[in-house]
Design a protein around this ligand. Structure first.
Ligand SMILES: Cc1ncc(COP(=O)(O)O)c(C=O)c1O
Length: 438
């Protein structure tokens, strides 16, 4: 019997952390009110709560306009369509992100171009973007994750120089601020997800924000089956779909938005304390904090596990042991999208991949992004945001768990355990074992 819980010792913590999502009487009342109104759907569009929420959400991020949509994946599709992406255009995306950032590009018969991430922030490496730009490039699509922002100053400069549009994937960045401007408001459009795990949620849902009326109008039309937008100043007509959000979701999100700033400061304070506790631990490294981030959006606390220090003991063993100490954690949270089983690109389904060439572009073999691969398969440790919404004692438990596993890692040598196996599973494989997946 060892010291670690995974080898039979006493776990650091047995008590669950704060549940997620949080709700109270306000959400209950909001749902009841919609129920009784019998005005449940997103149509007429934008409907009462959908419109009020979208407006407040945009304003909160310092953008002029917002549209509430069905989820974060379609938010990206809507934004790409709203800025006028054409079939065959190219979109620069980070390799290290959720597949939902990239799928919509293909869905619109455009071509994603993967660029590696910055090892200091895990966001798009802006030093590599210029090399990836061609005369077909139309959009740069940075993803803000790991409590960080992609460098929006550098991206803005490149976009102006090469006449490109910028769409920010802010699925991890609700309420985050870059130089006092909200996530999604520096680029041409910002896209958000309200899926269950996110910093605000209605179970599912999404939003796009922008300060350009023409983009708002195209977004509204696309989401509402091609109908005219509210203002219809540009009178753009396009084939649209029903991507509307229900009034139930919008009413819940109005309440959740009211809690966001308070929760953000609790999380930030707790994560900073956690960081202090683990700083300097041999075998661990922290990501960079950029001073231009004036409010942190902390969807997950992410740090680095340095495998060379642990001499042959891999990240999955570290994570399995940490989970058994009572700390929820993840490693294979994202894979480089081009390698993921959730990205089985069939060229026949996406004709632009073959245009003007004898053999289609093979997105799965074309790329090698070493920083993304290292982050995905060896290095990154992801801790969910809700465990940082509690007391200082909760944070001490998280830090104690991490330090205990680091101090006793030799107990993990050669160990086989179901908790370790689970931590080796990709997001595609996990539904087989997960009781509840966000
Ligand atoms: C970075 C990123 N982009 C896009 C999405 C897509 O959002 P949704 O799950 O609401 O479709 C997600 C959500 O998981 C995400 O994490």
């Amino acid at each position: 019997m060892g010291k670690l819980a995974i080898t039979g010792g006493k776990p650091v913590r047995t008590k669950p952390f704060a549940p997620w999502p949080l709700y109270d009487r306000k959400e209950e009342r909001a749902i009841q009110q919609v129920l009784k109104s019998r005005n449940w759907g997103g149509y007429p569009f934008p409907n009462a709560h959908g419109s009020a929420f979208a407006h407040r959400f945009a304003e909160f991020h310092r953008a002029k306009y917002g549209v509430a949509v069905a989820n974060g994946t379609v938010a990206i599709e809507v934004a790409l369509k709203a800025v006028g992406l054409q079939a065959g255009d190219k979109v620069i995306v980070p390799a290290y992100t959720w597949e939902g950032t990239v799928g919509p590009v293909l869905q619109l018969n455009a071509i994603p171009v993967f660029v590696d991430i910055d090892p200091a922030t895990y966001c798009l490496d802006t030093g590599l973007i210029e090399k990836a730009i061609t005369n077909k490039t139309r959009v740069i699509l940075p993803v803000h994750l790991a409590m960080n922002f992609a460098d929006l100053d550098a991206i803005g400069r490149l976009a102006r120089q090469h006449h490109l549009l910028v769409i920010e994937d802010c699925a991890h960045a609700h309420g985050g601020m870059w130089k006092k401007k909200g996530a999604g408001a520096t680029g041409d459009m910002g896209c958000f997800s309200f899926q269950s795990s996110k910093l605000m949620t209605a179970g599912e849902g999404g939003a796009v924000i922008t300060s350009k009326l023409e983009f708002l109008e195209r977004a509204q039309s696309y989401v509402n089956c091609g109908r005219a937008s509210e203002t219809d100043k540009f009178a753009n007509r396009l084939i649209g779909f029903n991507y509307r959000m229900t009034e139930f979701q919008a009413a819940i999100l109005e309440v959740q938005l009211g809690r966001l700033a308070g929760q953000a400061s609790v999380r930030q304070r707790n994560m900073e304390y956690f960081e202090k506790r683990i700083t300097g631990t041999p075998g661990l490294a922290l990501l960079k904090r950029d001073r231009r981030i004036t409010r942190v959006a902390a969807y997950q606390y992410v740090f680095k596990f340095l495998p060379q220090h642990f001499e042959g003991i891999g990240r999955a063993a570290f994570l399995g042991a940490l989970e058994k100490e009572g700390v929820p954690c993840d490693g294979l949270f994202y894979e480089p999208v081009y390698k993921s089983a959730l990205f089985p690109v069939k060229a026949a389904e996406y004709p632009a991949l073959s245009w003007g060439r004898e053999n289609p572009i093979d997105l799965r073999s074309l790329y090698n992004c070493p920083v993304s691969e290292r982050a995905a398969y060896e290095e990154s440790v992801w801790l969910p945001h809700h465990i940082f919404l509690g007391s200082r004692k909760d944070v001490d438990d998280i830090a104690d768990g991490v330090l205990k596993v680091c101090e006793n890692f030799e107990e993990l040598r050669g160990l086989e355990h179901p908790a370790i196996e689970t931590k080796q599973m990709s997001r595609a494989e996990r539904p087989r074992v997960e009781k509840r997946q966000y």
